[in-house]
Ligand binder design. Structure first.
Ligand code: GLV
Ligand code: MN
Ligand code: MN
Length: 410
């Protein structure tokens, strides 16, 4: 049975704005890094809204929050949706938040219509999806599906030195429900595209069928600091130069490989970071992604070879620490078909697509049929306060979520 209901668009938009006010900066960014006071405030608000919807709430020991709307047949596995509400430091209003609030809006709509589904509906809010404060990204959903032990996860150190488990306890979200409860019948995540394709092509809905592999490493380069004026060029062991050479190499590598290979050096810290001192030390990060695992490995090998030759030629040491490594994921094709079907049924243009960003759905795909619904991001801008999606597109995506979840739950 498919639903004839429509979501309440103004309620969804209002809630998105209310949540975006928590952690709003003077540059209009949304800054709710995982397990900070702002994340706690956002979580408290979501829990309050879940309670107002009559949902039963559970919180597991990695801080994932689950709200359950009971179905008429509790013996059946539930249908799950959800996403995350942590943001990068320069986040927008929609990344993650849209998937969580879209899920709550589906529940509110079904409540309004007094529509009881057979399967229960679960809205999940996963801890530390962004990975901007604690690595790896998608940590909460990774632990949820058994891909990382809770002990290892609780010991992860933040970029500011805090320990994940301490922060979880400090904000009151070290829960006691069993890890991996609510094993889903299926998982569907609603998200903004965060890339330019739907916007460029003027298409309203993406039925996401796969997601690229992610390789993150932190490189520490140790050279020798010395006087910028007196040290002849041939005697330098310059960690700052090595950092920029790596950044240049990553760009050249993506150019020579072409295809879907992308690469980013997004974090560079030089020590002592002074105008007239050769840098003794550099810490940088490299983010490599590809939809093809073999090509991603090829990129990793090429980088590794370059690091060896650079260390030798510049007389520095370079050590690497892996922060995240996830293979590409293929989502459930039949579920992506249903998303496309419901979009078509609502006269919304749609296409199959790949996700360039990481998502909690890529972890859930390990345990149940999973797919994602994308809506356009204006100009393809994300991880930026200017992130924007037209209200009508936000509402359309939530209606596709409503139809897909309702069908799955019967
Ligand atoms: C998460 O947003 C990522 O893809 O980096
Ligand atoms: Mn996200
Ligand atoms: Mn993000």
């Amino acid at each position: 049975m498919t639903t004839q209901h429509s979501i309440n668009g103004s309620r969804l938009l209002r809630q998105l704005n209310t949540l975006a006010d928590i952690g709003r900066t003077d540059t209009n960014a949304c800054c709710r890094l995982a397990l900070t006071d702002e994340d706690k405030q956002g979580r408290d608000l979501i829990v309050r809204w879940m309670k107002e919807l009559g949902m039963e709430i559970s919180i597991d020991p990695i801080g994932n929050i689950f709200g359950v709307r009971a179905g008429s047949r509790p013996e059946l596995a539930p249908v799950m949706t959800g996403s995350h509400i942590d943001t990068v430091r320069t986040g927008g209003a929609y990344d993650g938040n849209y998937g969580v609030l879209g899920g709550l809006e589906v529940v509110a709509t079904l409540n309004d219509a007094q529509h009881t589904t057979e399967r229960s509906l679960v809205v999940g809010v996963f801890t530390n999806e962004e990975g901007a404060r604690f690595a790896p990204d998608m940590l909460g959903s990774l632990v949820y599906v058994g891909g990382m032990t809770i002990e290892d996860a609780l010991n992860v150190k933040a970029i500011d030195g805090a320990v994940l488990g301490d922060e979880l306890k400090r904000i009151g979200y070290y829960g006691n429900s069993a890890l991996g409860i609510h094993k889903p019948h299926a998982f569907v995540e609603l998200h903004i595209e965060q890339g330019p394709l739907l916007d460029i092509e003027g298409i309203k809905i993406g039925a996401v069928e796969n997601l690229q592999g992610i390789s993150w490493q932190e490189l520490t380069i140790v050279g020798q600091s010395n006087h910028a004026g007196t040290t002849p060029m041939y005697l330098r062991h310059d960690a700052g130069y090595a950092a920029s050479a790596i950044s240049h190499f990553v760009r050249e590598l993506t150019r020579s490989m072409g295809g879907n290979q992308v690469g980013t050096v997004g974090h560079v810290v030089l020590t002592p970071n002074l105008i007239n001192v050769i840098a003794a030390r550099a810490t940088i990060t490299v983010d490599l992604r590809n939809t093809d695992e073999a090509l991603l490995q090829q990129a990793e090998r090429a980088l590794n070879d370059f690091l060896k030759s650079l260390a030798e030629s510049e007389g520095v040491t370079i050590t690497s620490r892996q922060l995240a490594r996830f293979e590409p994921v293929t989502f459930d094709a039949a579920l992506a078909d249903r998303i496309a079907y419901h979009a078509g049924n609502m006269n919304l243009s749609h296409r199959r697509m790949t996700s360039g960003a990481g998502h909690d759905a890529q972890m859930l795909a390990r345990i149940c049929p999973t797919a994602m619904i994308f809506v356009p991001s204006v100009g393809g801008i994300s991880h930026n306060p200017a992130e924007h999606t037209d209200p009508a597109d936000l509402i359309a995506g939530a209606n596709v979520l409503l139809a897909t979840l309702t069908e799955l739950a019967h």
